[in-house]
Each structure stands twice: as C-alpha cells, then as structure tokens.
Design a protein around this ligand. Structure first.
Ligand code: ADP
Ligand code: ASP
Ligand code: MG
Length: 405
C-alpha cells in the first residue's frame, strides 16, 4: 500500500461534472489499495473573480482580509469534492490548510510554508479516509490565514508529499504534461517524458506555469518525484525527478516566455560606491521584487541603471525610485511597461558555446530587438517588446529543433 498525494488544478474542478470526474479518478486510485491525500485548487476562475470583487469594494484591499477571501475558493472545491466522493461510497474528509497543519510565515499573498504538523491528516488516513486538503493556504502562529501566491496549490501538494513521506506527488491539470513550449502557443510542441528538477525550476521560474517554481524546489530538496499529467485521460504525463535522464543530449529542452515584465531606467547616475544600495534597499523594503539588473559601463563617472519588475509593481517601483533618483543627482527616471521575456533552457547548454549566438541570430532574423539579456548556467533570457514575444517563442522552438522528428 502506497501513500500518494494528488493535486487537481482549477480547470479540472471547474464545475460539478468535473468534480465528479475527479472523484471517480480518486476512487480508482483508492481501489488499488493506496492511501490518498488530495490537494485542490479553487474552481475555474474563482481566485480571479474574488480578487476582482475585492477591488470593487476598495482600491487597496487589506492584505490580511484579501488572503482570507482568496482562501475561501479552495474551501469550496475541497468540500464539494469530499461530498462527491462520499456520494460514491468512499470515506472522505475535507480539511482547510490550517486544519491540515500547514504553518506559514506572515507574508500575506506569498507566504512560505515553515512546517507542517501532519497529525490530523495522518489520523484521518489511519481511519481509512481520503483526505482532501484546500490548496494554496496556511496559517500563521497568530492563527491568521495566509495564501502562498498564485499557482501555490502545487506547493501545498509537494510540501504535504514531503512531510508525509509519500511515494509520489501527482499534479493533474488541463494539459498532458510539460511540453517543449506552451502547447497553446506552439501546437507542434512535444511532451517531455521526463525532466530533472534543475531544468524544470528554470522553466517554471521563467514562465512555464504548469507548475509553481516553489513546488519544484521542494521536490528537489526532499527528492519527491512529481508527475504532471492530464486529469481528463490516462496519458503517461511528464515525470520530474532527480535520477539519470535519457534525453539530456537534446540540448535545449524548452522555450518559455513571460509577458509580465516592466523596465525602469535611472539615467545619468553618479557612479560611486553605495548608489546601488541606496536605490535597491528601499525597493526591497517596499516588497518590490526586482528581477534583472543591468548597470552600463560608466563614462566620466556617470552611468545608467536599468532593472525589471512585474508590471503590477511598476507604479510602486516608480514611486519609490523617483525621489531617490532625484536625491542622488540622477538626470532622469523612465519606464517601459510593454515588455516580455523569452528564454531557452537546457542543462545540455552548459559549457557548450554557440547557443546565445544562435538565439540572438534567430531573434534578429525576425526583426526583434533585444533590450536586455540575462543568463544562468542552463538558461538564456532576452527581454524584448511584449508584442513580439509569441513570434520569438515560435521562431526559437523551430530553430532549436524541438518539434520532434
Ligand atoms: P492548473 O490550474 O491545473 O494548476 P495551470 O493553468 O496553472 O493549471 O497550468 C497549466 C497551463 O500551463 C496549461 O494550460 C498551459 O497552457 C500552460 N503552459 C505554459 N507553458 C507550458 C508548457 N511548456 N508545458 C505545459 N503547459 C504549459
Ligand atoms: N487558486 C489559486 C490560483 O488561482 C492557487 C492555485 O490554483 O494553485 O492561483
Ligand atoms: Mg497552476
């Protein structure tokens, strides 16, 4: 008898019929003699709808209240799923994140899991029940409800799998696995049979939203194999794991994109020690997460500093940086909110020259101007005009021969 953690995403539980379908799939896993813990997302677009509702009553919803509000989406789906399973004659119980012992820090809207007290879940499993946990949420020491960030139910699932010592964490969604590019954008994209944690983490961090990056991090840390597969059929899916991989010779594994990029440039900054700290410390204090940072070579001790943030954080970033830029004697502070990024990822690119040049050549052949470039050992990212991101993904997918034979 194995312990399996399964997670079903929002589109997989979007209506009553889909919830019944999920109940049927859980029942099959149970019938094979497994213990099952299930994590669910909110139904369909519920989380977006709740955010909209909050903004209809106030321009600035209080962080604490917003997290409680958003957590209710997962309560609805978890309770309905428990009812559907009971209706089929299976013992099942729903638990909120708090009831499931998921303890987090106090960072509302992107809380991190500190620990899980598994006692209640273990007790229910021992009593022969399927345990259905509301994803994406936890509770602070002060008993305030928090949420883990958009897409966070994946992280709930992998964290529970790690804490409970599950054999595998299965994430069921509306695509059949991880593809070489978003299959909705590139119909020729190929499903990967398997992928390592490292590559998956880069892909997830740079736009492949099929799994939350923090779920991949936890999977790697606790060595939990993660399967991504369809909730609609029995196609084998993609296994994320740490063992030896068969396909590493295929050097670029995936092309990914993110349309949520805005850029701030501080022009004419005096180049002296402490300037970067003066600019970036207040941004960090303001909870603004800065991504790419580029500082130009200075001419006569004057330089330009450019950084990127999420579009939703641009106004706040400009509010913070504007006055500081003036106080340090910078000439001007400008922004561009119409950017996106495109990345190629693959461990096979390590120590192999030529990938960057091929990427830049492909973009230039498309008439796409590169504004910023960042790299890791296994990734090259170009920041480009938002309107050209999708063309860039298609061209790169073709160039790096990811369409299969
Ligand atoms: P869930 O609600 O099940 O968590 P998400 O919407 O968060 O599902 O993630 C699944 C979506 O991720 C797919 O519908 C697909 O469009 C998108 N996606 C983007 N890039 C990829 C990729 N490379 N492989 C698979 N899916 C991808
Ligand atoms: N419901 C949350 C969201 O839409 C969490 C999740 O689906 O994983 O982001
Ligand atoms: Mg998701």
């Amino acid at each position: 008898m194995a312990l399996i953690v399964q997670k079903y995403g929002g589109s997989s539980v979007a209506d009553a019929g889909k919830i019944k379908n999920v109940a049927r799939r859980i029942a099959q896993t149970r019938d094979k003699g497994n213990q099952v813990v299930v994590v669910v997302s909110a139904m369909g677009d519920t989380t977006d709808d709740l955010i909209k509702m909050a903004h209809q009553v106030t321009g600035r919803p209080a962080d604490r209240e917003l997290d409680v509000l958003l957590s209710t989406g997962e309560l609805v789906s978890s309770t309905l799923l428990a009812m559907a399973l009971r209706d089929k004659g299976y013992e099942a119980i729903s638990l909120s994140g708090a009831q499931a012992g998921i303890k987090t820090d106090t960072t509302y809207s992107s809380a991190r899991i500190r620990d899980i007290d598994p006692a209640r879940v273990v007790k229910e499993l021992k009593a022969g029940r399927v345990v259905i946990v509301a994803g994406f949420q936890g509770i602070t020491e002060e008993m305030d409800v928090t949420t883990l960030g958009r897409g966070g139910s994946d992280t709930t699932a992998v964290a529970l799998a790690a804490r409970l010592g599950a054999e595998i964490c299965q994430l069921y969604t509306d695509v059949e696995g991880v593809y070489t590019a978003d299959p909705r954008l590139v119909p020729e994209a190929q499903k990967l049979t398997e992928i390592g944690y490292e590559e998956m983490l880069e892909l997830a961090s740079y736009g492949v939203k099929v799994i939350h990056p923090r779920a991949v991090e936890l999977g790697e840390l606790f060595n939990i194999p993660i399967l991504i597969a369809s909730s609609y059929n029995d196609s084998p899916g993609t296994l994320i794991h740490g063992g030896a991989l068969m396909e590493v010779r295929n050097k670029v594994r995936g092309v990914t994109y993110d349309l949520d990029v805005a850029k701030v440039t501080v022009i004419g900054v005096p180049d002296r020690p402490g300037i970067a700290a003066t600019l970036f410390e207040p941004l960090a204090k303001g909870g603004i997460s800065v991504d790419t940072i580029v500082q130009n070579a200075s001419i006569e001790n004057i330089t330009d500093l450019t950084f990127t943030v999420a579009k939703s954080q641009l106004t706040k970033a400009m509010e913070v940086v504007g006055p500081i830029a003036r106080s340090i004697g910078a000439r001007e502070c400008v922004s561009d909110a119409k950017l996106g990024k495109v990345s190629i990822v693959g461990t096979g690119m390590q120590n192999t020259p030529g990938y960057a040049a091929r990427m830049f050549r492909t973009l230039s052949e498309q008439g796409i101007n590169i504004q910023l470039i960042t790299t890791s050992e296994i990734r090259i990212t170009c920041i480009i005009d938002e309107a050209r991101v999708k063309d860039a993904v298609r061209a790169l997918h073709k160039m790096f021969e990811l369409e299969g034979k």
